[in-house]
Design a protein around this ligand. Structure first.
Ligand SMILES: NC(=O)c1ccc[n+]([C@@H]2O[C@H](COP(=O)([O-])OP(=O)(O)OC[C@H]3O[C@@H](n4cnc5c(N)ncnc54)[C@H](OP(=O)(O)O)[C@@H]3O)[C@@H](O)[C@H]2O)c1
Length: 243
């Protein structure tokens, strides 16, 4: 599927990985819908894309709020859905109360599920489309502080495979990118931790949002990929630590 001329909704595109994904898709000719909760950040992203010659508009919506969710679920011209908006907190199980657990699963699994439920049938009516779910290496590699976050993203990757079975035959491909530690506004305060986590990997450094965005764009247009989780972790899960 070519990206050029398609409409792409990128959730959480006012910042970080989502912003980079929107900019990359726009540079490849998509009309992008920027969305998040912060109008000023959304307008700044739109202005940057438009000044670079791209096409973008903004929809302000809180995915955790039923009214905000309904605005996004009501869009009727989405060809590419990037479920990127997410929530991460790294704490042990003993410090994960029901409120935090529900916030993690609500942002990382519930919102993508119901957004896809609303938008994918319209993609099928329009002749097909593509969904890319943004996951994490924490979905497959356990750590002592990632139980609830990792489980929510593992659910998202399971959803990816089930949707590939359910919607692939109707022309909507569904894939995921499992990103390693990425330096974004959301993780900026933890940069030394990201650097320590990635120092011994072949890449030797944290991801840049643009590098996750390249993987998202690839998955959006790779015609034969269905139900894949593309691991973009600088080789961390592929090789033994070397330094
Ligand atoms: N950074 C990493 O190391 C890393 C690694 C692997 C996977 N990931 C995943 O990548 C995704 C993006 O992470 P990031 O580091 O780029 O995050 P970030 O810089 O903190 O940005 C988060 C984005 O999500 C939006 N968002 C959050 N909650 C929302 C809500 N309830 N409703 C609507 N929008 C909401 C924010 O919008 P506003 O600010 O406008 O509200 C913002 O645009 C997440 O799903 C995360 O789990 C991140």
């Amino acid at each position: 599927m070519t990206i050029h001329g398609r409409t792409a909704l990128v959730t959480g595109s006012t910042s970080g990985i989502g912003r980079a994904a929107a900019e990359t898709l726009a540079a490849r000719g998509a009309r992008v819908i920027i969305t998040g909760r912060d109008p000023a950040k959304a307008e700044a992203v739109v202005a940057g894309i438009v000044s670079a010659g791209g096409s973008a508009s903004a929809v302000i919506a809180d995915l955790a709020d039923p009214e905000g969710f309904a605005v996004l679920a009501g869009l009727d011209d989405v060809d590419i859905l990037v479920n990127n908006a997410g929530y991460y907190r790294f704490v042990p199980t003993s410090m994960t109360d029901a409120t935090l657990f529900e916030a993690l699963s609500g942002a990382n699994l519930r919102a993508p599920f119901f957004l896809g439920q609303a938008l994918i049938p319209r993609m099928i009516e329009r002749g097909g489309g593509s969904v890319v779910n943004v996951s994490t290496v924490a979905a497959r590699v356990g750590t002592a502080t990632s139980a609830a976050y990792g489980a929510s993203k593992a659910g998202l990757e399971s959803l990816t495979r089930a949707w590939a079975a359910e919607f692939g035959p109707s022309g909507v491909r569904v894939n995921a990118v499992a990103a390693g530690p990425t330096h974004t506004p959301g993780t900026d305060a933890f940069l030394p931790v990201l650097e320590a986590l990635t120092a011994a990997t072949p890449a030797g450094r944290p991801l840049r949002p643009e590098e996750v965005a390249d993987a998202i764009a690839y998955l959006a247009e790779a015609d034969y990929l269905h139900g894949a989780s593309l691991v973009v972790d600088g080789g961390a899960s592929a090789v033994a630590p070397s330094r």
